[in-house]
Design a protein around this ligand. Structure first.
Ligand code: ADP
Ligand code: MG
Length: 382
């Protein structure tokens, strides 16, 4: 197994591999999938860089598992083709694709102990027994389950079973690993812990990894690159930072980031050469930098997007909005406020050491640069 090394640069994390990679570059061209008359994936184009950890993220039912299963060969394509280094693979059996997959429900054999569960594929492939033992032990130790090899799955906790499922895939020296929501059966605390462990593991393993989840926090913390899907369509691809700072539409803006972005309906107005966005209970200036892009949209209906963390209590702020605090949750170092602006609800998150009283109208500053505007009809970012 080659080892990936990391360097931190201004652009963020960059991977540098010590060995030449012989991993296939995977591409989807116009891939379609229908079940009977129901089309699940419209023609879908995807490209995965070799050695990349790619996360497919989107709401339940958007076609993530289908995409993985097509790649693994567990489902047949209804149209288009998948290529490994330019070679079509739809004629290949799953076992000939050099892919290992971790399923959401783990799919462990209850009557086999952990060692036998983990070595199943290696035994099928008639790998020498000593190599199997050595490999299983090494991967199990990496996953902190090395001491559990004699137990049966039923004697393990949910988190340990999850590691076994992961280990069973990792002992196979496949070039490409597919993960289908591997953490979704764990409770919140364990999920966070396993997420951290996965992030560490990712940095040590130089393989193609495609990870599917509906959880945008997992996507943001694990992905070198994230592909956001909705209803079978790719909404946007990019680094976590791209998606957070430059969402291409309202769907991505609302899907990525916690707490979720607020949206307010308004109209873009020109006041003495300054563009403002105005709506029920607010009137905010738009940054000069956005002016050129917004020229054609004067007088049009827009949706205004502001993240809960973009509100400030800066007394010198010139761009302000009055919000009626309905609920105030004081969490110690910060407060989460549910407020009203006209008829709309607006969430505010402030780092503030003192509790804020509910039932008051408060003035908040908003940097013009922190405002996103979307076309009211198409949802496209303006
Ligand atoms: P996700 O993994 O993003 O939650 P899936 O890829 O599992 O979504 O499913 C996408 C859509 O395809 C869903 O609407 C689902 O109901 C449908 N679907 C998945 N598998 C089948 C099947 N075997 N037969 C019919 N419809 C299916
Ligand atoms: Mg799924």
């Amino acid at each position: 197994m080659a080892v990936a090394q990391y360097r931190h640069s201004e652009k963020g994390r960059e991977r540098h591999f010590t060995g030449a990679t012989d991993l296939p570059r995977i591409t989807f061209e116009q891939v379609e999938k229908s079940y009977g008359p129901v089309r699940v994936l419209p023609p879908l184009d995807l490209a995965f860089d070799d050695g990349e950890f790619t996360v497919l993220v989107g709401p339940s039912g958007c076609g993530k598992s289908t995409t993985l299963r097509l790649l693994a060969g567990l489902e047949e394509l209804s149209g288009g083709e998948i290529f490994f280094d330019g070679k079509p693979i739809s004629g290949l059996e799953p076992k000939d694709r050099d892919i290992a997959m971790v399923f959401q429900d783990y799919a462990l054999y209850p009557h086999m102990n952990i060692a036998r569960n983990m070595s199943f594929a290696l035994r099928l492939a008639r790998v020498p027994r000593r190599d199997i033992r050595e490999k299983v032990q090494r991967v199990a130790d990496m996953l902190n389950i090395g001491h559990l090899l004699d137990r049966k799955p039923a004697e393990l906790s949910g988190g340990q079973r999850q590691r076994v499922a992961m280990g069973r895939a990792l002992v196979r020296d496949a070039s490409t690993f597919l993960f289908d929501e591997p953490l979704s059966n764990l409770d919140a605390k364990l999920r966070a812990k396993m997420r951290t462990e996965l992030a560490e593991m990712r940095d040590r393993i130089d393989k193609n990894m495609v990870y599917v989840t509906h959880d945008q926090i997992e996507a943001m913390t694990l992905g070198d690159r994230i592909v956001v899907m909705n209803e079978g369509l790719v909404q946007q691809e990019g680094t976590p930072e791209d998606l957070f700072k430059r969402p291409v539409n309202k769907f991505v803006a609302g899907f990525i980031g916690t707490p979720t972005m607020n949206f307010l309906d308004g109209t873009l107005v020109d006041e003495g050469g300054m563009l403002r966005v105005r709506g029920d209970g607010f009137d905010l200036a738009v940054s000069q930098a956005q002016r050129a892009r917004l020229e054609g949209h004067r007088g049009k209906d827009v949706s205004l997007g502001v993240r809960p963390t973009s509100f400030t209590r800066d007394p010198d702020a010139t761009n302000t909005i009055d919000l009626n605090v309905a609920v105030s949750e004081y969490l110690g170092s910060n407060s989460v406020l549910v407020t009203r602006c006209g008829g709309a609800e607006v969430q505010v998150e402030l780092s503030s050491a003192t509790p804020i009283r509910a039932g008051t109208v408060m003035t908040f500053g908003v940097e013009a640069d922190d405002i996103l505007l979307f076309d009211a009809q198409s949802g496209r970012t303006l």
